[in-house]
Design a protein around this ligand. Structure first.
Ligand code: TYD
Length: 149
């Protein structure tokens, strides 16, 4: 575990916004996000979050193995990313042709959902509840363990 985490750790600086091609014409918009190209991993899982209101905070976890790209295909939301060492960054997702890339082992919270928010989530791995860290203290402990290793 410590070794895997060490390999995967580092990665607040890997968090970044991605922009996808808009191939719109008079019939409307068509936005493309290809796995392994626009999205920096092969996509194994897709899920989407809707019906969360402005009081809800989702996420609140880190993933040991899964990378994500989050895209507000409608409406808007915010994503707070923490690195377990006291740094945090907030991103606003409000355009269907942009998304945030989240590497492994960052803490993430999604919140401030607009009423029409549809948050599309692309994941690099199939769902496995055991690779989620849902306790922030445990997350900080794992980050500390790998930075001290
Ligand atoms: P959760 O991870 O708490 O959602 P969020 O990060 O958006 O707050 O997931 C809610 C429930 O859905 C939880 O019981 C796990 C389950 N789930 C799956 O079975 N498969 C999935 O791909 C995801 C994302 C969640």
């Amino acid at each position: 575990m410590a070794l895997d985490t060490k390999i995967n750790y580092q990665h607040m600086e890997k968090v970044r916004m991605l922009e996808f091609a808009e191939l719109g014409d008079e019939r409307g918009s068509l936005i493309v996000a290809e796995g392994g190209q626009d999205v920096p991993f092969e996509i194994k899982r897709v899920f989407y979050i809707l019906g969360s209101d402005s009081t809800v905070v989702r996420g609140q976890h880190a993933n040991r193995r899964t990378e994500f790209v989050l895209i507000n295909v409608a409406g808007s939301s915010k994503v707070k990313v923490k690195d377990g060492e006291g740094n945090e960054v907030i991103y606003c997702l409000n355009k269907p042709n942009t998304g945030i890339y989240l590497p492994t082992m960052v803490w993430k919270e999604m919140y401030d959902f607009s009423p029409d928010s549809v948050l599309l989530c692309l994941a690099s791995e199939h769902y496995d509840g055991t690779e989620y860290i849902r306790d922030f203290d445990e997350y900080v402990k794992e980050i500390k363990a790998c930075t001290q290793a």
